[in-house]
Design a protein around this ligand. Structure first.
Ligand code: ATP
Length: 293
């Protein structure tokens, strides 16, 4: 079921078009990564969806009863409130009944890994703890849709891993739209990709579809030395491009199949150590889409 439908969303700042004609849908219990270079319009798009910014044109339609949670790129807290006080306040603002707000806040803080720090003041929190507290205030009222602006970019690798794991577990009953620069994260948790560039949606689809559109699959053969690789390239029955002791065989229309290449080496020992099929990484696709390659 579609939870949110965005049609021709546009935001203009004076002469500048920050977001232009962006249309997409979010399906229930899926995660969507909004990716794009700096200034592409990711924060502006999320802020319009969160209701913090009014669009210049276009429409945003919600399915009835969709509660939203929002984690801004730079969450701000009242430094004199403890994590529990802050989360409880956020819960009440988001409509959680007063008598349930405390218990729900305690549970949420435990979920985000702040159980032991719930009575500490947010002013003393590290960047990673602030990010967790930001996530806690975004989910304490159990929204159906979570909007997250760069949820992991301020974190060190272990903090990033923990937050990614939390998000993955939330995905079971929440729809997630998050922006990121970190393409490995997008690759890890994405049903749908939205590529923004200069405010326009230049590519969208499932990770698999986008990869199929952009990736030219190839078979990578590792040889024991560059000489064996060179000898093979000279007599290979397929197009083959050598790079040191590695040879790439482009796959066109499904040919050659990896089994065929393996069969060749079984019949013609040529010093090949390993054969694997590769598709382009999201990083390579991103560079292609962004026209930098
Ligand atoms: P980043 O990855 O750097 O956070 P972003 O993709 O989130 O970038 P936005 O912050 O949405 O991009 O900015 C999109 C464009 O809109 C940029 O060119 C920016 O300069 C412009 N912009 C954003 N906010 C304002 C504003 N309040 N007034 C004028 N221009 C703005």
């Amino acid at each position: 079921m579609s939870l949110l439908e965005v049609k021709k969303l546009t935001k203009r700042y004076g002469e500048e078009l920050a977001v232009e004609d962006v249309s997409f849908e979010l399906t229930e219990r899926t995660s969507t990564a909004l990716i794009g270079p700096n200034g592409a319009g990711k924060t502006t798009t999320l802020s319009m969806l969160a209701g913090l910014l009014k669009q210049t044109e276009g429409s945003i339609s919600w399915h009835n009863g969709t509660g939203i949670g929002f984690l801004p790129q730079y969450p701000q807290f009242f430094p004199w409130l403890t994590a529990l006080e802050f989360t409880e306040m956020a819960a009440k603002i988001s409509g959680v009944e007063a008598k349930k707000a405390r218990a729900q806040s305690v549970r949420t803080l435990e979920f985000v890994g702040l159980g032991n720090a719930k009575d500490k003041k947010a002013g003393a929190f590290s960047g990673g703890m602030k990010q967790r507290l930001g996530l806690a205030q975004a989910i304490v009222h159990q929204p159906k849709l979570l909007l997250l602006d760069e949820p992991v970019s301020a974190l060190d690798p272990s903090g990033r891993r923990e937050i990614m794991n939390l998000l993955k577990s939330l995905r079971e009953d929440t729809t997630i739209l998050y922006s990121t620069h970190i393409l490995n994260d997008a690759e890890e948790m994405t049903d749908q990709l939205l590529f923004l560039q200069h405010g326009k949606l230049v590519e969208q689809g499932s990770l698999k579809d986008v990869k199929t559109r952009y990736a030219e699959p190839r078979i990578r053969v590792t040889f024991k030395d560059p000489e064996s690789a060179g000898l093979f390239t000279g007599k290979a029955p397929w197009d083959a491009v050598r790079d040191g002791h590695i040879v790439y065989i482009p796959v066109k229309g499904g040919h050659p199949a990896i089994e065929e290449v393996m069969g060749y080496f079984a019949a013609n020992p040529s010093g090949a150590d390993g054969v694997e099929r590769q598709t382009a990484s999201l990083e390579e696709i991103f560079l292609k889409v962004a026209g930098r390659q």
